[in-house]
Design a protein around this ligand. Sequence first.
Ligand code: ADP
Length: 582
Amino acid sequence: LVSVKKKEGEKRMPISENAKAVLERRYLAKDEAGNPTETVDGLFRRVANAIAEGDRHFDPKADVVATARAFYDMMTNLDFLPNSPTLMNAGRPLGQLSACFVLPVADSMEDIFDAIKNAALIHKSGGGTGFSFSRLRPKGSTVNSTGGVASGPISFMKVFNSATEAVKQGGTRRGANMGILRVDHPDIMEFITCKNDTAEITNFNISVGITETFMEAVSANGMYDLVDPATGRVTGQLNAREVFDAIVQSAWQTGEPGIIFLDRLNRDNAVPGQGEIESTNPCGEQPLLPYESCNLGSINLVNHITRTVAGWVLDRAKLERTIRTAVHFLDNVIEVNQYPLPEIDRMTRSTRKIGLGVMGFADMLLYMGVPYNSEEGVALAAEIMDTINTIGHQESQRLAEERGAFPLFDQSIYRDGPPIRNATVTTIAPTGTLSIIAGVSSGVEPVFAYAYIRNVMDNTHLIETNQILKDKLVEAGIYSEELMRKIVEQGSLAHVEGIPEEIKRVFVCAHDVSPIWHVRMQAAFQQYTDNAVSKTVNFPNSATKAEVAEVYRLAYTLGCKGTTIYRDGSRNEQVLNIGKVN
Ligand code: ADP
């Protein structure tokens, strides 16, 4: 079965020492003593061979060697990388390849504890889980069988949280969860502040599920109904603006809760016949039906530009090739994946959702000389994502001709058009680890910092500089350690003397980008993404609550599916440190 063989020594890969260290620590197969039993090159051969095997499910005579070679080249050139579980587990006994899962939580003790058990199995395999707790009866309702009172969704979230804490993921990833509660659940106020004590529910990101009815009540400054999910009865009313302000207050204070727009997720629900979408995966980019899983993959945009006399431009032909190979790869992942539960196996194979996205977008802009916070930057985002979405769908349709449409095609929003292999094709993931492996900026986020201090042993400090900036400053003849030190101190180039305006204009960091531009960029990507976009809107520490509220409203009007905000210095730790420079 080994089709990409180890030939003429190890391939020389464009992988940095830092990336190698991450791979060695967390991704390479190891023996019982913890010593790696494969090399970095071996990892990519293992993954390429295992995923290429999927071709044989449709054609016993398929040229698996050629496919494996194409997958291997695409990964080792760092043109595309699949999500972490695929790198860790493909071709190994566990074989669980998806990053994202959503599990249902129904309103009974059996169902709640089944969900906890199932989540533990998923965490063990490296996946993240999302849950809607909206179906649980509110705190204080009666429990028929015992005559007692129910303890409500938030108390159960704490049980999920403790279970997650106890399951260390194969010694590498600790479980990550998303917890969602509808804004019309009677316990919503308790939910909004449930993480204000930063020692509580630490293994969850939380988001309020916002409805359009609620947003209309906010703008009309009216009341809205709270509904007991167990009985369907209206239990009371709240003033929408007060609830909205409470969400803003808490997010301003701690970065949580985020918000997701439920009606919008469901407007893009590809198979509405299977019920409503109530939750996303932990970082919010992947809305899923109960028991669905999704595997993600990201194209490294830095590798898809080419230098011309007029400067760096998009290499469209290469981008198109990578998109097609990546869709083929991700569809094969569904074939060879070993699912942690029979229900997940069934649901995932019946919709066959994949999530192709990008990383290195901000770095690409630096090469092209385009500021992130500019009309040109936003237009480029839309153009690139439009291409990925359009070609990605074409490739999925081509695969459907060979392999058939996804089984629930007839119940789907696509049923009047050409058959398609995957119910969704595109998603923008945070690429927390993948971007470190590829050595590029994460997902579609702006560069977080251009220079920072790294502590090395014996208490010496090293200044690490973004290579693209360094090259630029050297070219301009102004590079010096001294200048770098100033950038570290100020956290940005914006007010450093001696740097030409043109360089300052392009080399903006996350905090130079105003919240409005963050949202506009997210919206530009969202417009051409089937699923959702992982994005944090960064605020300076001095930001006001009114500014946070404005961003929420803007995210709603510009068509985003949700928002996560983070005000500098408002929290010491996060469940997932997205974009953290390490
Ligand atoms: P990676 O770069 O490791 O492939 P991402 O940062 O792009 O992963 O995250 C993608 C998704 O993977 C997340 O939304 C979540 O569903 C899952 N995920 C990320 N980190 C973890 C973790 N520590 N534990 C469980 N799942 C995770």
